[in-house]
Design a binder for this molecule. Structure first.
Ligand SMILES: *[C@@H]1O[C@H](CO)[C@@H](O)[C@H](O)[C@H]1NC(C)=O
Ligand SMILES: CC(=O)N[C@H]1CO[C@H](CO)[C@@H](O)[C@@H]1O
Length: 360
C-alpha cells in the first residue's frame, strides 16, 4: 500500500466543497472516499449535482465519516463556530485534518484542535490555497534576495468581492452564531497570511484596526481595515482592507528598499494555468521626472495543477509519509495557521476596543 492514494472524507457540503472535490480528483495522491451532509438526501443531491463517482460513500451524518475506518483524512468546510468540535473529534479518531479558514473563532479554540492533532500524531493544515501556487515560491525568491529587493519596508493587500444572490440574508458568513468573524475571518485571513508570509512568519509587534468598520444589523463585520507593525519603532508596516462590499480585488504589494513587487490576484489567480506578478528593480525617476528609468518586469509562472490541487497533493504526501513511513507530521503548517489566527484575534480585539493599538 506504499503509494496508495490518501482517502479523503468531506464533512459538510458547503459551496467550497465542490472546488475541493475537483481538487481531490486532480491531485495524484488523493481520492474522495466519503462525503457527509446533515441528511442523506443532501449528500445524494450534492453527489449527483457534482457528478461524483458511485464509489464515493455518502453519509447522512458527519460522525459516520469519522467512524469509517477507510477514511485517512477529512476536509472540514463547516461554519467556523462548528470547526473546533468536529476537528477535535476527527483528530481523536486518527484522521488527518484539512480545515477551512478561518481555522477557528479564536486562537484558544485553534489550540484545542492543534493539541488534539498533536496527541494523535495526525497532520494539520488549513485551506489557504495561494500559499501552494508556484508563483508564491517565485515571489519569495525575489523578496528574500537583499541584492535585488533590499530590506522589507511596507506591504499592502486587499481582499474583496461583491457577493451575489441572497448572501447578505442567508450566507453563513454573515451570521453571528456561525461565522462571527465575517469579512475579517473570510477575507482578512488571506491578507494577514500574506503579510506573515512576506515577513518570513515573524509576528508583528502590534496591530491596529482603522475606523472604517462596517457591520450588518447583527454586528457581523462586512468590511474593515487594519495596520500591522513590526519592530520597536514600527519600522515595517502592513495595511489591509477586506470587504464584502466592493468589486473583486486581491491586490498585494510588497515594497523593499530597492525593489517592489505587485499583483492583483494573489488569492485566486485570474487564470488557472498560469499566474503573474510585476517586479520593479531599483527604479529611479527619468530625467525631468517625466517617467521611470525602468519598466516593471512581468514574471509569468505556469502551474501544472491548480493551486487547490497542489494543496491537496502537499497535504496527501505528508499524510502518506506519516502513514507509510512513520514520518512525523510537518509542523510548519499548524504554526502558520496559529500565527495567522493570533494576528486575526488581535485585529478583532482592536476593532472591538475602538481601534486600540494591540500588542502581540
Ligand atoms: C538595486 O537594484 C538594482 C537593480 O537590480 C541593482 O543594480 C543595485 O545594485 C541595487 N542596489 C542595492 C543597494 O542593492
Ligand atoms: C505526484 C506525486 O506527488 N506523487 C507522490 C505521491 O506520494 C508518493 C509517496 O509519498 C510519492 O512517491 C509520489 O512522488
Amino acid at each position: 500500500m506504499g503509494h496508495d492514494p490518501v482517502r479523503f472524507g468531506i464533512i459538510g457540503c458547503a459551496g467550497i466543497a465542490r472546488k475541493l472535490c475537483r481538487a481531490i480528483a486532480l491531485a495524484p495522491n488523493a481520492t474522495l472516499h466519503a462525503l457527509a451532509s446533515r441528511s442523506i438526501e443532501k449528500a445524494r443531491s450534492f453527489a449527483a449535482a457534482n457528478g461524483l463517482s458511485g464509489a464515493v460513500k455518502l453519509y447522512g451524518s458527519y460522525g459516520d465519516v469519522l467512524d469509517d475506518p477507510l477514511v485517512d483524512a477529512v476536509y472540514l468546510p463547516l461554519p467556523t463556530s462548528l470547526r473546533v468540535a468536529w476537528a477535535v473529534s476527527a483528530a481523536r479518531k486518527g484522521k488527518h485534518v484539512l480545515l477551512e479558514k478561518p481555522t477557528a473563532v479564536d486562537a484558544a479554540e485553534l489550540d484545542r484542535i492543534l493539541e488534539a492533532c498533536e496527541a494523535s500524531g495526525v497532520q494539520f493544515m488549513d485551506g489557504t490555497m495561494w500559499l501552494h501556487h508556484p508563483r508564491t515560491e517565485k515571489m519569495m525568491e525575489i523578496v528574500s534576495d537583499p541584492g535585488r529587493f533590499g530590506e522589507l519596508n511596507s506591504i499592502n493587500s486587499m481582499s474583496m468581492f461583491t457577493p451575489s444572490g441572497d448572501f447578505f440574508e442567508n450566507n453563513i458568513r454573515v451570521k453571528p452564531d456561525l461565522d462571527s468573524l465575517g469579512a475579517l475571518g473570510d477575507l482578512g485571513w488571506y491578507c494577514i497570511s500574506a503579510f506573515l508570509w512576506a515577513a518570513c512568519y515573524k509576528l508583528p509587534s502590534a496591530v491596529s484596526a482603522l475606523p472604517d468598520v462596517t457591520r450588518n444589523s447583527a454586528g457581523v463585520i462586512l468590511s474593515c481595515s487594519a495596520v500591522l507593525y513590526w519592530g520597536s519603532a514600527h519600522e515595517t508596516a502592513a495595511t489591509f482592507h477586506c470587504s464584502f462590499l466592493a468589486h473583486v480585488s486581491m491586490d498585494f504589494a510588497i515594497i523593499g528598499s530597492n525593489g517592489s513587487l505587485h499583483l492583483k490576484d494573489f488569492t485566486i489567480p485570474i487564470e488557472e494555468g498560469s499566474a503573474s506578478f510585476e517586479f520593479t528593480p531599483g527604479a529611479k525617476f527619468a530625467d525631468l521626472h517625466i517617467g521611470w528609468n525602468v519598466k516593471p518586469e512581468r514574471v509569468l509562472v505556469p502551474t501544472e495543477l491548480p493551486q487547490e490541487a497542489l494543496m491537496i497533493r502537499e497535504f496527501a504526501s505528508l499524510v502518506q509519509g506519516i502513514r507509510n513511513s512513520g514520518c512525523s507530521p510537518e509542523r510548519k503548517w499548524p504554526e502558520i495557521s496559529r500565527k495567522t489566527q493570533l494576528v486575526l484575534d488581535a485585529v478583532k480585539k482592536s476593532i472591538d476596543g475602538g481601534c486600540i493599538l494591540v500588542h502581540l
